[in-house]
Design a protein around this ligand. Structure first.
Ligand code: CAA
Length: 258
């Protein structure tokens, strides 16, 4: 595994955990963090021995947003020329399921990074917000789009236009997070969820992730068609044979990711 400066990457069985590690800046997402998170996720995605990835931060902050100090003096031609934040979109190409484990602040780019993951487990201390408007900008890592899809127009407008933060319970009620747990159980719960996913057939988990994501990219009829084709394709795998045989034999399946 490559050596990284702003993140830690650990492996436990088939689950890998990427921990954002810029504590003094509350894990503000500068370009080095972006490059390292994306590179690490892509490296793990290429590794067939990794069945799920957890992305987490610290107790105080998942991430307090894009690094304001890094971008404060940039000009339009610089941010446009660099296509600032485009790099984060590469996470959407990672096919291995990604679980965000969020405690403390998930603001601006922090909230957007959590939403780039496939599902969010939140500590009861989590605070989600898109405060960019208070800085004279708007979300730039997909927040206006993914938040609107996750929580609906009314709450997304509320958060994006006023910068209001919402707590873990409101985030769960609104559909932004999958589960809320006590802060001291956050990482173990997220890793249990990741282990559970990693225990499934990896190609089938990838098909499942792809099918759910299609719901946000296409029409209902196209999405259902894609789902049905992927369902049919599952019958080409050994793991479908094994999964159904195991059910019939009343035993646990032994998936081989083939
Ligand atoms: N960028 C750069 N540095 C940041 C940062 C950020 N987003 N958030 C926090 N920091 C730094 C602070 O400057 C401070 O550094 P110094 O000790 O050198 O002064 C350190 O982290 C600790 O922060 P605070 O002293 O502010 O801690 P706090 O507990 O008093 O407040 C906070 C916590 C409410 C999260 C506050 O830090 C804050 O409001 N941060 C900015 C949140 C924000 O606006 N995020 C959106 C960024 S823009 C964006 O993300 C664009 C996009 O769509 C991609």
């Amino acid at each position: 595994m490559t050596d990284y400066k702003t993140i830690l990457v650990e492996r436990d069985g088939r689950t890998a955990t990427i921990t954002l590690n810029r504590p003094k800046a509350l894990n503000a997402l500068n370009s080095e963090v972006m490059n390292e998170v994306v590179a690490a996720a892509e490296e793990l995605d290429r590794d067939a021995d990794v069945g799920a990835i957890v992305i987490t931060g610290s107790e105080k902050a998942f991430a307090a947003g894009a690094d304001i100090k890094e971008m404060a003096t940039k000009t339009f031609s610089q941010v446009y020329g660099d296509n600032l934040f485009w790099g984060w979109e590469r996470l959407t190409q990672v096919r291995t399921p990604i679980v965000a484990a969020v405690a403390g602040y998930a603001l601006g780019g922090g909230c957007e990074l959590a939403m780039l993951c496939d599902l969010i487990i939140a500590a009861d201390t989590a605070k989600f917000g898109q405060p960019e408007i208070t800085l004279g900008v708007i979300p730039g890592m997909g927040g206006s789009q993914r938040l609107a899809r996750a929580v609906g127009k009314a709450k997304a407008m509320d958060m994006v236009l006023t910068g209001r933060q919402i707590g873990a319970d409101e985030a769960e009620r609104s559909g932004l997070v999958a589960r809320v747990v006590p802060a001291d159980e956050l990482l173990t719960t997220a890793q249990e969820v990741a282990n559970k996913i990693a225990g499934m057939s990896l190609p089938i988990a990838m098909l499942a992730k792809d099918a759910v994501n299609a719901a946000f990219e296409t029409t209902l009829s196209e999405g259902v068609r894609l789902e049905r084709r992927s369902f049919h394709a599952a019958f080409a795998t050994d793991d479908q044979k094994e999964g159904m045989a195991a059910f019939v034999d009343k035993r646990s399946p032994k998936f081989t990711n083939s």
